[in-house]
Design a protein around this ligand. Structure first.
Ligand SMILES: CC(C)(COP(=O)(O)OP(=O)(O)OC[C@H]1O[C@@H](n2cnc3c(N)ncnc32)[C@H](O)[C@@H]1OP(=O)(O)O)[C@@H](O)C(=O)NCCC(=O)NCCS
Length: 179
């Protein structure tokens, strides 16, 4: 499926919400990097470059949705298909479709943006006939757990790892949802 087609399918304004959910585009790189820097202080130039690469990597198996509030990008969430390497350690997450990286800017939280980004990503998966969704988070990330619980995600396994996760991060819990 072409990127344009994916974008047309995802973008739409819901009249009762005051934000727009759409596919991220390369022009969002600076705003996305700013979101990352607000969450965790880091070198901005490097963050912009990483954001550019992440957006450029989107395609049929890697989707990034952004939420705009008053014309400013305030949140994003990804869908990613993960293929577990055969020689991966037993704690590595299983192959499948993952909801990843959801982040809403602090001053825009608790107005339904995280919920809408999650609803849209699950809708994207269902439309493609995908029957299982995964996500993982820190065992004590209550707001994330509550948000995903609403959609029916249930804990599957403790102490999982995923490529790109920091080695010093807290134990992560894997959650699954049958679509
Ligand atoms: C988790 C996060 C994405 C939620 O985004 P949000 O836009 O504030 O969430 P919503 O307003 O859509 O909330 C939907 C539901 O999630 C749950 N929730 C959200 N924030 C919560 C909080 N601080 N405490 C408890 N439950 C919370 C609630 O059930 C909420 O429904 P309600 O507002 O009707 O009670 C946001 O807090 C965030 O970006 N956190 C930092 C990054 C992070 O931890 N990401 C998750 C990685 S897996």
């Amino acid at each position: 499926m072409t990127e344009v087609k994916i974008a047309a399918e995802i973008s739409s304004v819901r009249p009762h919400l005051d934000f727009l959910v759409r596919q991220a585009v390369v022009d969002d790189a600076k705003a996305l990097a700013d979101l990352w820097c607000r969450r965790k202080p880091q070198d901005r130039a490097e963050a912009v470059e990483r954001a550019r690469r992440a957006i450029a990597a989107t395609g049929p198996e890697e989707v990034m949705l952004a939420a705009d509030l008053s014309g400013t990008l305030v949140a994003y969430g990804r869908i990613s298909r993960f293929r577990r390497p055969e020689d991966a350690p037993g704690t590595m997450c299983p192959s499948g479709w993952y909801l990843l990286g959801i982040t809403v800017r602090e001053d825009s939280r608790r107005r339904g943006i995280g919920r809408e980004l999650t609803r849209r990503r699950l809708e994207w998966l269902r439309k493609r006939g995908i029957e299982q969704a995964w996500y993982f988070t820190d065992f004590d990330n209550e707001r994330s757990i509550r948000l995903h619980e609403e959609f029916g995600f249930e804990p599957v396994r403790k102490d999982v790892i995923f490529p790109g996760m920091r080695l010093d991060s807290q134990p992560m819990v894997l959650f699954g949802l049958t679509l």
